[in-house]
Ligand binder design. Structure first.
Ligand code: NAG
Ligand code: NAG
Ligand code: NAG
Ligand code: NAG
Length: 965
């Protein structure tokens, strides 16, 4: 037993050591000092220039133009010429250039959907006198300085260097400002990639998506997210730069967690931070308080908003663009509108109050964001298995889960990672894929070679969310026909995974199902041609499809064809696919058959005008189809419905339904409520009968019987919007709001489907919402076939997984599973292949045969597939002893005499008995000075390799000794 434990420990150690190399080595934007200084210097020069050369537009021109301009998507132009090889500069490959260009093109396409501006009325001209003549070291071409760039609101130069010693990936800034009577904003910028750290991601699609986020981070710096740029932000009221004094007024310096920290309190940022954390006294959002000059102050503080895109380093698990960054971009004054509908959800510290915001991991409360050092746990978003560590250089010493390098659930490469033992992942039923998440789980494969991995209590499993994001279904590649469903009421509970009446372990249902389900990944991470926004790809122009993998300069119909515009009744989505619906933030436009952007104030809208809002952004409330920051008199801003709601009858104004700010005459104020002088308590208002309530006092709910009580009867829920017991939806007995039912009226045939109750006709267990006889699943162990339920599946089908009838394999009439066949159809014959009976026809021919000779002889090859060679009548990947795979004729060909193995007709790689390998031939006697060794190779005598082996053994011994402490 004890020796077994030691082996396990060693296995863990390997995971840890490897992960040290990657996971805890933060790729950062830090330490690019020279470049950071140039970015700072540029901001100072710009400030100096506009001080020396103020452009004062006449008052009347300002008045006339204010708000008069129409705004449109920003036009970003790019100059990639400086990414090519430069003599004397670092080496760059064509592949790398293509990669950086592709990543940047994706980002530019995104930003054109993200920002709207008043279009530049003329060509975009670089003004060298604003700086030292360069754009942060880039010398613009002569024509950029004279004629300028047409159709350009912002022009970006891309450059690179290669510094493997520095930890940064990239840096960026703007270098020119353009001022007109109605706007002032950056019109030239420069992005630098450090190609030693920012490498071509090859086939790793997720890494491409991460690099897109890194590049977007840089472009957001160009858009004004920088401490040094604040003095150059735009003050619309004066049509001048904001200036240092006003910029300083946005900053409060405060010691948090023992570190002096700057808080940014510009208007939108302040409002977002107060509301997000639920801390009305905070003075601003924390800026990064650690790191080099390029990191500190010019990013959000990692500790309080961990994965935000504008924190100071990349994370293995990815970054999120959120309303914090949108708020800052609005506060720069540069951009006429910023599209909050393109942001990702975020949960870190959300609603956790001032204590979280100020104290975080040092609080007396233990927040789920932080875990004790060295404690194994799933990461906050459940994207991987890791361990508590304070190694993040921007993390204020707080311990958070750092994911092991071979334990990120979304990375499919981890499946084949060489663990010790190699069967570790399959034994423990770990499944890595973009559909996987980390769970507390002790499940083993029914075929596990080893089942005693003590201390291994985390797994990556496949998961799928229900469409309403309230439940998760977990499945396992190693355990057929088995699933675990975790609903809202199961959170935190352990569920047994049972297969063939054997319990294979437990999965704990996560307690953050809404968060897991809000993390919507895109198919194949948008395949190098787009960016993922809330589970839907925004594809670059010329590409389309759910994963942007299809070349198409128009739109893709349901049948896969590429058409210039979508057919009637369907609309071009952001992934250029024609669908009957449009995603949130857009509305269906019948004239263009396109999903068009809502006005950026709406998070959902319905058209035909883009300002007809259905739902609002983070800071605003729905009021008669518009989104407002403050609700009109007599109404209050309700957080649950995100809309303006009427105050109770007797109030003149209120801040919530139970907090009146004044009473109408005939009413008197009593702890925040207005009570009619005509009624008896607890009625606040009543009918002509004094005890017949119309509304209640003392936070009681108005009952259907016009009385007041603290709870509601069955079939009703507590509606805090009007302090009334409101009816649940039809067929529902217990609900938490009008749309979320948890228990249905089963005695009348209602069944819970998702979170609503539907009538299904037995034996349907679940059924279509439109037809109670159209089964979606069956009860009483019956099988689903064509939306009906049968006790046994018909000919050609078998009783398949999940109680559905599944089709037998080709040529098979009757079968009991999806791999083999009991009786064959006409024109087919039974055939045993790899110990399994299947059905073949006269022309069947099995890979690796490419063609077969004869009929009903599917393994008698006449020719082979690519990569295989004919040996007799079979095709092999590796030829037998004494033969080699001849590329020319795809046949196994004899090696030269005395060779045991060879790689071609003249190169032996090992020799027959009593021959020795010398150069690439087999000789009977080795050349002078050499002797034949045990492997039949001619070698010079040498003892070094033995010594090396000894040294390695001592190292391992040392490691084991260290471990036992
Ligand atoms: C947000 O970041 C987390 C953690 O870094 C990541 O798991 C998640 O996928 C991101 N969300 C989106 C929508 O990209
Ligand atoms: C699409 O609908 C419009 C109006 O409903 C109609 O005039 C037009 O002919 C339709 N086009 C096609 C191709 O069906
Ligand atoms: C649209 O937004 C609503 C409200 O936030 C959300 O419930 C819904 O899931 C979203 N729809 C999609 C397709 O993301
Ligand atoms: C109170 O009763 C009087 C007389 O019946 C009526 O005129 C008045 O409107 C009532 N006030 C309220 C607030 O109901």
């Amino acid at each position: 037993m004890s020796s077994f434990k030691k082996i396990l420990f060693f296995n863990l150690l390997i995971i840890l050591l490897v992960s040290n190399n990657y996971v805890f080595a933060h790729q950062g934007h830090s330490c690019s000092h020279d470049y950071d200084d140039q970015i700072k210097k540029t901001q100072r020069m710009l400030n100096e220039y506009f001080k020396q050369n103020p452009i004062n537009y006449p008052e009347d021109e300002l008045d006339r133009n204010l708000g008069a301009q129409t705004i449109q998507p920003i036009r970003i132009t790019t100059d990639f010429t400086r990414l090519s090889y430069q003599s004397g500069g670092p080496a760059i490959t064509a592949d790398q250039i293509k990669y950086l260009t592709s990543v940047s093109t994706t980002v530019v396409n995104f930003v054109s959907n993200f920002i709207k501006v008043q279009p530049n009325p003329s060509n975009n001209v670089f003004d060298p006198s604003q700086t030292d003549g360069t754009c942060i070291t880039v010398t613009p071409s002569a024509s950029d300085k004279t004629t300028g760039i047409p159709n350009s609101d912002l022009h970006l130069y891309f450059i690179f260097n290669s510094d493997s010693k520095a930890g940064y990936l990239a840096n960026a800034g703007f270098c020119n400002l353009q001022q007109t009577a109605t706007y002032l904003r950056p019109n030239f910028g420069r992005v630098l990639f450090n190609i030693a750290n920012m490498k071509n991601s090859g086939t790793n699609l997720e890494q491409y998506q991460d690099d897109v986020m890194v590049t977007l981070h840089e472009v957001i710096h160009v858009l004004g997210f920088s401490y040094d740029a604040m003095q150059n932000w735009y003050n619309k009221a004066t049509n001048q730069l904001l200036g240092q004094t006003a910029a300083n007024q946005f900053i409060t310096s405060l010691k948090v967690r023992g570190i002096q920290t700057n808080l940014l309190g510009s208007p939108n940022v302040l409002a977002v931070a107060k509301k997000y954390y639920g801390c009305s006294t905070l003075q601003g959002m924390q800026l990064e308080n650690q790191g080099g000059s390029g990191s500190i102050n010019s990013h959000w503080e990692r500790t309080v908003i961990r994965s935000e895109i504008m924190t100071a380093s990349a994370l293995t698990e990815g970054l999120n663009l959120t309303f914090f960054t949108v708020a800052l971009l609005k506060d720069t004054g540069y951009w006429d509108d910023v599209n909050e509908s393109l942001t990702d959800p975020i949960y870190w510290g959300k609603g956790k109050g001032c204590d979280f915001f100020l104290n975080a991991c040092q609080s007396a409360s233990q927040y789920e964001e932080f875990v004790p050092a060295n404690q194994a746990a799933c990461s906050f978003w459940d994207d991987g298995q890791g361990v508590g560590s304070n190694s993040d250089p921007f993390g204020d010493g707080c311990n958070v889960v750092q994911i092991y390098s071979n334990r990120l659930c979304s990375d499919i490469a981890n499946q084949s990672y060489q663990n010790d033992p190699a069967s570790f992942n399959s034994d423990t039923s770990n499944d890595f894929s973009y559909n996987s998440k980390c769970f507390a789980s002790t499940v083993y494969s029914p075929n596990a070679a080893v089942t005693g991995y003590l201390n291994e209590n985390l797994r990556c499993h496949f998961y799928q969310c229900s469409p309403d994001k309230t439940s998760i279904t977990i499945t396992f590649s190693q355990i057929p026909n088995t699933q675990i469903v975790c609903g809202a009421s199961d959170q935190g509970n352990q569920k047994n995974v049972v297969y063939n009446s054997k319990t294979l372990g437990q999965v704990t249902c996560p307690s953050n199902i809404p968060r897991i389900c809000d993390d919507q990944q895109c198919a194949n991470f948008c395949t190098y041609n787009g960016i993922c926004i809330r589970g839907l790809c925004l594809c670059n122009s010329g590409f389309g499809g759910v994963d942007c993998s299809q070349k198409c300069s128009g739109f893709i119909q349901q049948d896969g064809s590429c058409v210039p515009s979508c057919p009637n009744g369907t609309y071009g989505n952001p992934d250029n696919v024609c669908r009957a619906t449009c995603p949130n933030g857009t509305y269906p436009d019948n004239n263009s058959s396109l999903c068009k952007q809502c006005d950026f104030s709406c998070s959902q809208c319905q058209g035909p005008s883009n300002t007809q809002c259905k739902a609002c952004q983070f800071l605003t409330y729905l009021n008669n189809g518009s989104c407002v920051t403050t609700c009109p008199n007599g109404q209050y801003a309700d957080e649950t419905s995100k809309s303006c709601q009427n105050c109770p009858d007797g109030c003149t104004g209120c801040t919530s339904y139970t907090a009146c700010t004044g009473c109408k005459s005939g009413y008197q104020q009593n702890s925040g409520q207005c009570i009619s002088t005509n009624c008896t308590s607890p009625c606040a208002t009543c009918t002509s009968t004094q005890t017949n309530c119309l509304s209640c006092t003392q936070n009681l709910y108005l009952q259907p019987t016009n009385t007041c009580n603290s709870s509601c009867p069955s079939g009703y829920f507590k509606n805090s919007q009007n302090m009334t017991c409101s009816a649940c939806s039809t067929g529902c007995k217990v609900c938490s709001d009008a749309n979320t039912c948890t228990q249905c009226d089963s005695s009348n045939g209602y069944r819970l489907q998702g979170s609503s109750c539907t009538l299904c006709v037995s034996p349907c267990a679940t059924c279509s919402l439109s037809n109670p006889n159209t089964c979606l699943s069956c009860e009483n162990s019956m099988y689903l076939f064509n939306n009906s339920c049968v006790a046994n599946c018909q000919t050609g089908y078998f009783n398949g997984p999940n109680y559905t009838c599944s089709q037998c394999i080709t040529g098979c009439d009757q079968c009991s599973n999806g791999n083999s066949c009991t009786t064959c159809s006409a024109n087919y014959q039974a055939y045993t292949y790899k110990n399994v009976q299947i059905c073949i026809n006269s022309s069947s021919c099995f890979s690796p045969c490419s063609t077969c000779s004869g009929t009903f002889q599917p393994t008698t090859c006449a020719s082979c597939n690519q990569g295989f060679y004919m040996q007799g009548t079979t095709c092999v990947a590796q030829c037998g002893s004494g033969f080699y795979g001849n590329q020319q004729n795809q046949k196994c060909t004899q090696c030269p005499t005395n060779c045991q193995a060879c790689s071609d007709s003249s190169t032996c790689t090992s020799c027959s008995n009593s021959y020795y390998l010398s150069q690439s031939s087999c000789v009977q006697t080795c050349p002078q000075g050499q002797t034949g060794d045990n492997n039949q190779i001619c070698v010079t005598i040498n003892t070094k390799s033995f010594a090396e082996r000894n040294y390695f053994a001592i190292l391992i011994l040392l490691l084991l000794i260290t471990l036992s402490f």
